[in-house]
Ligand binder design. Structure first.
Ligand code: AMO
Length: 469
């Protein structure tokens, strides 16, 4: 539920339900108008108890046939759950429940003694997804009916938390001098390899949906914007069907001039530390709401432990040794897959960076220093990942700012330099060394909410089988 103490009145309410519930003492005897969803409608004959819920709280409205328009009373008494209703009435203190002698008195609760009420919209019955009942419907049915699923307390709390994560992330980056940008999502060249692009027709030419703001955030920095960030959609035509991949996801990106990989790892860990700190200070009510549901499902509650910084650095070469020692089948030059990450996570269960990947495994824009080689002689790069348990949260790195090497990289990776002149031209007139990263927002939310699937924390997920709602 949201804190609405500062909200102004609107045409449909003088007060939010949250304002009445928390400020009820000062409102006793006053007339208020509130609007909400009918969570339950009880009572027969001449009286009716209506539990109303808005996004800020729940309150009981007490309706008496003799006190109001009788036709309206009858309609409300026979209406369906989740219908929306506007009521006007007087705030009263609810009679407190009996307490045993010596026990503390509960906080006073308030109700509305209704003088006027109207139905704003009638809900169909039955509901395809229960809002307050514990109905066991699968994720697919919930996502098909996301508009109702979102009304459930813990789902609502997850999306509030998501908004908080973005807010705190923004605040932190702005405090470190980053400015927000918006890069185009209709593009002509691939940043992250050409195989997973969604093609589209752009008037008479071919274009694609952007896989990442990568090349544009770099151009912004080359242009002198120094430190930029963007929170925006990225599209990947990947045929993955896993708990952590979507075909459209929100990428939280930064890019900064005069910074190397280590510098931007610092930005990342400070930002994550700040997000966790702020959540533990301000938003434990949301975590409690999520845990109430988790406990009802016999799931472990989530805990918010502020990750201490710096996060461990487990360089790629060391990570490979850890996996091998743990019995994993891996060789230098292989990708570190989830089952390998499980082995690393036994030693490093929280956030940990994996820096210095082989250059051959990183995109063309990643920087390498010629003399940084593995024991077997393989070229190392300034690319890194941030992992948590078995999941990758972030990729990033220092970027190649020397245009001749950048063009060699393109050729070595089978790409056409002429397709990238809009990008490489940006490096021809003086280019600062720069670095950045891209963080998958939904993956971070999986940690905070305990969700086992990114779809839980994405409003309307897009995967191979879902383009609606
Ligand atoms: P990368 O491709 O690793 O790097 O993506 C960055 C982060 O985005 C998230 N992510 C995804 N989340 C959900 N579904 C997907 N299909 C998906 N793909 C990626 C992950 C990942 O770590 N340009 C670089 C970033 C950079 O170097 O600045 C990039 O896009 O959490």
């Amino acid at each position: 539920m949201r804190d609405s103490s500062e909200w102004e009145s609107t045409s449909y309410r003088t007060h939010t339900i949250g304002q009445v519930v928390t400020g009820g003492k000062n409102l006793i005897g006053s007339e208020v108008t509130i609007s909400g969803y009918a969570e339950s409608i009880r009572g027969r004959g001449a009286i009716c108890f209506l539990m109303l819920r808005d996004g800020t709280g729940k309150i009981q409205a007490f309706l008496k046939r003799d006190n109001m328009d009788q036709e309206n009373f009858d309609m409300i008494q026979s209406t369906s759950r989740e219908s929306t209703i506007c009521v006007t009435g007087v705030v009263a203190e609810k009679r407190p429940p009996k307490v045993a002698e010596g026990d503390p008195l509960p906080n006073p609760e308030f109700e509305i003694s209704v003088t006027n009420a109207t139905i704003l919209a009638v809900a169909d019955a039955p509901l395809p997804v229960g809002v307050t009942d514990e109905v066991n419907v699968g994720l697919d049915v919930r996502l098909d009916n996301r508009h109702l699923d979102l009304r459930r307390g813990h789902v609502n709390a997850m999306f509030l938390l998501r908004s908080k994560v973005l807010e705190y992330g923004r605040i932190h980056l702005i405090s470190e001098g980053f400015q927000e940008i918006n890069s185009p999502k209709i593009i002509a060249a691939a940043a992250e390899g050409g195989t997973n692009l969604f093609p589209m027709k752009y008037f008479d030419t071919d274009a694609f949906l952007s896989q990442s703001p990568q090349l544009y955030k770099q151009l912004a920095v080359l242009g002198g914007l120094e430190r930029v960030f963007e929170i925006g959609p990225a599209f990947r035509a990947e045929k993955h069907d896993t708990y952590r991949h979507l075909n459209e996801f929100i990428s939280f990106d930064i890019e900064g001039a005069w910074m190397d990989d280590e510098d931007v790892m610092g930005v990342q860990e400070r930002m994550i530390n700040y997000i966790w700190t702020k959540i533990s200070e301000n938003d434990m009510n949301l975590i409690d709401e999520i845990n109430k549901f988790r406990i009802s499902q016999q799931k472990e509650p989530v805990t918010i432990e502020i990750p201490s910084i710096p996060f461990p650095r487990v360089p790629y070469c060391e990570a490979i040794e850890i996996v091998k020692d743990g019995g994993g089948d891996i060789e230098w030059g292989d990708d570190i897959e989830s089952h390998h990450c499980d082995i690393i996570a036994e030693k490093f269960p929280g956030f940990h960076f994996i820096p210095r990947w082989p250059m051959s495994m990183k995109p063309f824009y990643i920087h390498h220093k010629g003399d940084e080689k593995s024991e077997s002689g393989g070229q190392l790069s300034r690319g890194f990942d941030l992992n948590y348990g078995r999941d990758e949260m972030t990729s990033g790195g220092q970027r190649e700012h020397r245009v001749d090497i950048l063009e060699d990289n393109l050729i070595n990776m089978g790409l056409e330099p002429k397709d990238f002149t809009f990008y490489t031209d940006g490096f021809r007139y003086g280019a600062p060394p720069h670095s950045g990263w891209g963080l998958g927002v939904a993956r971070l939310l999986m940690i905070l909410t305990g969700a086992g699937n990114v779809r839980e924390v994405v409003l309307f997920p897009r995967d191979r089988s879902r383009v609606t709602p």
